[in-house]
Design a protein around this ligand. Structure first.
Ligand code: FE2
Length: 175
């Protein structure tokens, strides 16, 4: 047995059987892995802002961002397991996340609270867009189970964007 045969045998051990076919496995896995990377990146950015937010609304923003970070983190595992269920392989390291993520990091020394909320609102809206695109890929291959899960995660991203929008509105001045 030469090296490439040994390698392909080891790789084959991770190929969970699926009736959806090799094209579905390849296309849906690629789309989902990019989403896992985005969720991890947005999780850490939301935690970054949770830790560094300051000002008179500190408590509200600090708690809101913690709730949203928890929801993002909780979604990483089921997305990655969708990939394994289809027989694909998924993320292995922080380096792997950084190569796939489309959510940009924000390492700025100081970000105003309203800029934090606006940036996260935009990130969540774009995440919802990318999940809609992934839903289309699932539809093309008849993967209704992954499509159905994506619908829940799209709804959650839209809710996060809504909360961030409302939390960043200017206060009413008493008339
Ligand atoms: Fe905390």
């Amino acid at each position: 047995m030469n090296d490439s045969t040994a390698k392909s045998r080891r790789t084959a051990r991770l190929a969970t059987p699926t009736s959806l076919g090799a094209d579905a496995r390849r296309d849906i896995s690629a789309a989902l892995n990019a989403l896992v990377a985005d969720f991890f990146a947005l999780y850490l950015k939301t935690k970054n802002f949770h830790w560094h937010v300051s000002g008179p609304h500190f408590r509200d923003y600090h708690l809101l961002l913690d709730e949203q970070a928890d929801q993002l983190y909780a979604t990483t595992d089921p997305i990655a397991e969708c990939v394994r269920k289809l027989g694909g392989t998924t993320l292995r390291s922080i380096g792997h996340i950084s190569r796939l993520q489309r959510v940009s990091d924000n390492d700025a020394e100081y970000v105003t609270p309203l800029d934090m909320l606006a940036e996260l609102r935009e990130d969540n809206a774009r995440l919802a867009d990318r999940m809609r695109e992934t839903h289309d890929v699932c539809d093309e291959h008849g993967d209704v189970a992954t499509a159905s899960l994506l619908e829940v995660w799209i709804d959650e991203a839209e809710r996060r964007a809504w909360f961030l929008f409302e939390a960043s509105r200017p206060g009413e001045t008493p008339g």
